[in-house]
Design a protein. Structure first.
Lengths: 326, 343
């Protein structure tokens, strides 16, 4: 058992899979010699050589196109898009290419690839380097979408993503890179499509993702300490496939549901989850489901403004507490 | 016709080393593609093909010359104007027409349509309807060959309009810096959809004029002459296979129909189409070449007859084929064969 940072867990997860399977390759901007701008891929070039770990030009379309061409002819590429905001310059590949090729070709073309990226805010980088874009990719049929919140999940979900036969978008949270956590030695392989109850409770279900998970946990402790409320916190982990059974099971016990989303409000993933709960567990609910989100705004750069925008421990506790007190 | 005067390739002579067998094979491919494309158009008029369709009538020699020079296992990446490239790799014509007609016997069982013809078993790795998207994809396939020490090459076809989109430049640069075994073939049919390519492009030759930016040779050829295309393609393939990196070939050609089904092509100057049809028709040029090289009129007439019969039979097969069953709607979104995104 070692204590690893979330950042080191990325390299550990990729290395585990590259060691296991010679068809796993890795490409992106500054990922090889520089070890990544977030230093999340340090050592991979040295371990696996320049043919399997390749620096690319600033060409996001070429990165994803090349990953797709390699995937459909037998490799299992991991492509890095440095910031998830840059998905917008290569969105064709998400929206039209590797997501649809299997369906359009009646199963002939297969694209087992992973796109990993630094997603999310909290780093004062401003509106073009801080977005949470999970809803951009979640809406596209054919993609799978995961977002780990701990170093252990980074390793296990990376392995599951690389081994998955479908294209997977792997959203790392840039504000979690420095977070430390216990990661057992040896091979770790997790499962896509499994949410995890990270805090059991009976009074409310709080659904969270990535950086919102530690905040939701802290809010739950605050609510316990200050009001005696006992909230269940679920790390959704995987938006597609979505583990609705864990979510619906929790709501049937707690009778209240809240989502904590870093994405801007409109069409955020929480809306889909609330829709499912409303359609399928309506009579379990004791109160309206509530979404706690970033407002429908671009993210500002100034620290105080960014902190106001993204759901905070205080805001989560306030919204949940107010609902429970009503 | 001024544009074709820029062709740099010398005229082909009958004694150029392309033997009777290959010449007859290329003639057959030209005629079959011509007949199939004409049939696709006719079936549209009969409302048996719906949606849209982008025909290669007039451009057949590019697909034929390039495909004839490929080895089994080489990979084709084409655009929404991809019927010809798909047929040229040996995909049965009834599978192509069946797909256009939305039948269960189609290549993609009706799930792709005219713009997405794909036959992995024939090396046709897809037809892409987002301009430029497949150039980087072809790079990726070539990267795999390079990494695995495989000898196959990737051949990527696209139109003149593609040279003005970002993915073209990203792909050319990546292919060049990684020295990938990929050959890019630009079919310059003079029009970017409804607009003359010369009006919207900074250089006279949209692909060849950009080659030097990526350290590549300027290659501009007559795309109406299947022999010229074949020899140029073969040289580029040999270079790629030998580790010499990518090539960019610009073929001057002309499409007889509009951009798509919806386009009557009224933007063309009067007489231009007739001039190309009469003087630069790839089938006519090649028929003459075949006769000059000693292939008899009888043999060519037999090819013409066989091609027509083959297309007729394929048409009847497709008309009789069932529609795709409703359960196909929800299949093959994910690798488990289905479309489930939740438990």
């Amino acid at each position: 058992m070692a204590e690893l940072t979330y950042r080191d867990a990325v390299a550990r997860g990729i290395a585990q899979e590259m060691e296991r399977d010679a068809d796993v390759v890795f490409l992106g901007e500054d990922v090889a010699r520089a070890g990544g701008v977030f230093k999340a891929t340090v050592g991979l070039l040295e371990q696996f050589g320049p043919l399997r770990v390749r620096d690319t030009p600033i060409s996001e379309q070429a990165i994803l196109g090349a990953a797709m061409g390699a995937a459909m002819t037998g490799l299992k590429p991991i492509a890095e898009i440095m910031f998830s905001d840059f998905f917008a310059v290569c969105f064709d590949y998400f929206a039209n290419e590797f997501s649809k090729s299997r369906y359009m070709t009646a199963g002939q073309v297969k694209c087992p690839l992973v796109v990993r990226t630094a997603n999310g805010g909290g780093t004062r980088f401003g509106a073009q380097h801080s977005q949470s874009v999970e809803n951009w990719v979640m809406m596209i049929p054919g993609l799978k979408v995961v977002a780990p919140s701990t170093p252990l999940d980074v390793v296990g979900l990376m392995a599951a993503s690389v081994r998955d036969p479908d294209p997977v978008v792997f959203l790392e949270h840039k504000s979690l890179y420095a977070v430390k956590g216990e990661v057992p030695d040896g091979e770790i392989v997790d499962t896509l499509g499994s949410a995890r109850i990270v805090r059991a409770g009976k009074d409310a279900t709080i659904l969270a993702l990535a950086m919102m998970v530690p905040r939701a946990l802290e809010a739950a402790e605050k609510l316990k300490a200050e009001h005696g409320y006992d909230c269940e916190v679920i790390d959704v982990r995987s938006l597609v496939p979505l583990d609705t059974q864990t979510i619906l099971g929790s709501v049937s016990r707690t009778h209240r549901v809240f989502t904590v989303e870093e994405n801007p409000r409109l069409c955020g993933w929480g809306a889909e989850l609330i829709s499912i709960v409303s359609e399928e567990a309506f009579y379990s609910l004791d109160a309206p489901p509530l979404r706690i989100t970033t407002p429908h705004i671009p993210l500002p750069s100034a620290a105080n403004l960014e902190d106001l925008a993204i759901p905070s421990v205080e805001r989560i506790a306030e919204v949940v507490g107010r609902s429970l007190a009503a | 016709m001024a544009k074709t005067a820029t062709t740099r390739e010398k005229p082909t002579t009958p004694s150029d080393g392309i033997g009777t067998e290959l010449r007859l094979r290329m003639y057959r491919m030209l005629v079959e593609i011509r007949e199939a494309e004409q049939r696709a158009y006719d079936l549209f008029l009969q409302n048996l093909v719906k949606g849209t369709s982008h025909l290669s009538l007039g451009q057949e020699a590019v697909a034929v010359g390039c495909a004839a020079a490929m080895e089994p296992g080489d990979l084709t990446f084409c655009t929404y104007r991809g019927h010809a490239h798909t047929l040229a790799r040996g995909v049965p014509v009834e599978k192509v027409l069946g797909e256009l007609m939305g039948r269960d016997n189609g290549l993609l069982r009706g799930k792709g349509g005219s713009m997405h013809l794909t036959s992995v078993e024939h090396g046709v790795m897809g037809s892409y309807a987002i301009v430029g998207a497949h150039l980087p994809i072809a790079c990726g396939a070539a990267w795999r060959a390079q990494l695995k020490g495989a000898t196959d090459i990737s051949v990527c076809f696209f139109g003149d309009g593609t040279t003005n989109i970002g993915a073209f430049h990203e792909a050319l640069n990546l292919a060049a810096i990684w020295s990938l075994p990929v050959v890019f073939v630009c079919e310059n049919n003079l029009y970017m959809e409804y607009t003359p390519i010369s009006e919207v492009t900074a250089v006279e030759d949209p692909a060849a004029g950009r080659a030097s930016a990526y350290g590549l040779d300027r290659i501009l050829i007559d795309g109406q002459d299947a022999d010229v295309v074949y020899r140029t393609a073969k040289a580029a393939y040999d270079k790629a296979r030998a580790g010499g990196g990518p090539s960019l070939i610009e073929c001057k050609t002309y499409r007889y129909s509009g951009h798509s089904r919806a386009d009557p092509a009224k933007y063309r100057p009067a007489g231009e189409l007739d001039e190309w049809r009469q003087q630069r028709d790839p089938v006519r040029i090649y028929r003459k070449r075949a006769l000059e090289s000693g292939i008899g009129e009888d043999a060519l007439a037999a090819v013409d007859r066989d091609a027509r019969r083959k297309i007729d039979e394929a048409t009847e097969t497709c008309k009789a084929a069932p529609l795709p069953s409703a359960d196909l709607l929800m299949t093959d979104v994910y690798a488990d064969g289905g479309s489930a995104w939740r438990n």
